[in-house]
Design a protein around this ligand. Structure first.
Ligand SMILES: [Zn+2]
Length: 141
């Protein structure tokens, strides 16, 4: 850490909670070579100096904790699903039947997987259908 020596009376720009923005402050007290207490030059309120945590780290890793985009093998299919889901009319989906014949882009309603969109006809009484849970291969006529 290379923090320039500071002493009381110095000026420092830091966030003022009263002003709700970064303002110039006068350092009132210094502890361990760090500003401990500062006074806002704008509103004259005194408060503890908080290190700007975000600014300290040069690179903030963009790692959304809850989303497993890389690890999730279905991420791409889910994304595709999101895209088609916003465009289709669920009420037009037809109940899926093994004996039915379907066209590419047809909407079907599967008892287990829900609504899906036919992606590909595989020619051997099979078709690939994209569901919310990902791509499934179903039988068809
Ligand atoms: Zn202020």
């Amino acid at each position: 850490m290379s923090i320039p020596n500071v002493s009381a009376g110095d000026h420092i720009a830091t966030k003022c909670s009263k002003c709700g923005m970064e303002t110039n402050h006068t350092i009132i007290a210094v502890v361990d070579e760090l500003p401990a207490k500062v006074q806002c030059n704008t509103c004259n309120s005194e408060h503890k100096y908080r290190k700007p945590a975000a600014a300290k780290k040069a690179t903030t890793p963009r790692k959304p904790a809850t989303r497993r985009t890389k690890a999730d093998p279905l991420a791409l299919e889910r994304q595709q699903w999101q895209e088609i889901q916003s465009s289709f009319d669920a009420s037009k989906a037809v109940a899926y039947s093994m004996d039915g014949s379907y066209k590419v882009n047809a909407l079907i309603k599967h008892p287990k997987f829900g609504i899906g969109k036919v992606q590909e006809l595989n020619g051997t009484r099979k078709m690939s259908v994209l569901f919310e849970d990902g791509l499934k291969v179903l039988r068809c006529a």
